[in-house]
Ligand binder design. Structure first.
Ligand code: NAD
Length: 298
């Protein structure tokens, strides 16, 4: 039975590690928060007392951490993963969403490392239906594939180191922009006294069709499973969308890419977060715009 290390047992990492246990792997987890470790033990996993100890005997080690600074610290810091395995390094796979530069820098120090951010949220992590966007070597991708298959459904090798993170921020910039577009259509419909269900039926079968409309509709009613029907409980929180849009703008700055709508989307989500709405689902942008009126948006 293959041994797996898993560091970062939070909202995403917890259920991902649980799916690896369910698939029959021997998974040793670590988190700085005890609750994550307890939950991992409860599903049949083992725990280690430090991040470095998860790599003992492991064929592959996953990390699922909040941001780039945590990834640097866990891999490159004092007592970090790379220093702990000079002789027999496992394959490292970082699934956190972080900046492309950090992903490339950390991979550059490791013998073999993939960046493999995910899409699908906590629901996808729990159901084992995540999409993995993977950057790194062909050989690493091949070796990690059975493990990805235990946690996800759609697994794409996007290119060399950093390509997974690049794909993730391109996709989520598009998502942020398209959600605001759908929200604006419903804001205008509301003011024009056009019935939401009617607009949905028309646009879902017309040129306005997109995922933000048909799967994640930001107004209550048309798509029963969307967060709009549960007072915009996430789902995908505004704070996480703002994080990804900020990463996209950092990357756009670094490579001189023109992304004016991405920049504007970031500013709108920033304003929502500043208004204390960072915990609401990102589709709340509909209600936020609707409540403001034409003069209320900077
Ligand atoms: P989370 O905060 O719930 O989990 C992160 C975990 O990392 C926490 O349990 C934290 O204690 C742990 N951690 C932090 N520093 C650590 C360290 N030095 N050593 C060990 N553990 C440490 O966050 P999450 O929602 O699980 O998200 C994880 C990553 O996945 C983020 O990069 C996020 O952007 C990305 N992501 C999240 C979602 C989502 O819907 N939640 C969707 C796609 C991608």
């Amino acid at each position: 039975m293959s041994r797996v290390g898993f560091i970062g047992l939070g909202n995403m990492g917890g259920p991902m590690a649980a799916n690896l246990v369910r698939a029959g792997y021997h998974v040793t987890g670590f988190d700085v928060v005890q609750a994550g470790m307890d939950a991992h033990k409860a599903v049949g996993g083992n725990v280690a007392s430090t991040a470095a100890k998860t790599i003992v005997g492991a064929e592959i080690v996953f990390t699922m951490l909040p941001a780039g600074k945590h990834v640097r610290e866990v891999y490159l810091g004092d007592g970090g993963l790379l220093a702990a395995c000079k002789d027999a390094a496992p394959l490292f796979v970082d699934c956190s969403t972080i900046d492309v530069e950090t992903a490339r820098a950390v991979a550059g120090e490791a013998a073999d490392m993939l960046d493999a951010p995910v899409s699908g949220g906590v629901g996808g992590a729990t159901a084992g239906t995540l999409t993995f966007m993977v950057g790194g070597s062909e050989d690493g991708f091949r070796r990690a594939s059975p493990f990805f298959a235990a946690m996800g459904k759609n697994i794409v090798h996007a290119g060399e180191a950093g390509a997974g993170q690049a794909a993730k921020i391109c996709n989520n910039m598009l998502l942020g922009i398209s959600m605001i577009g759908v929200a604006e259509a419903f804001v205008l419909a509301e003011r024009l006294e056009l019935d939401f269900e009617k607009l949905f039926r028309i646009s879902a079968a017309s040129s306005g069709q997109c995922w933000s409309l048909t799967t994640y509709c930001p107004v209550p009613g048309p798509v029963p499973g969307s967060p709009a029907n549960r007072d915009y409980a996430p789902g995908f929180a505004t704070a996480l969308m703002l994080k990804d849009l900020t990463l996209a703008q950092q990357a756009a700055d670094a490579v001189n890419a023109a992304t004016p709508l991405g920049a504007h989307a970031m500013r709108l989500y920033e304003a929502m977060a500043e208004a204390g709405l960072e915990g609401k689902d990102f589709s709340y942008v509909f209600r936020w715009l609707a409540d403001r009126g034409r003069g209320g948006i900077g």
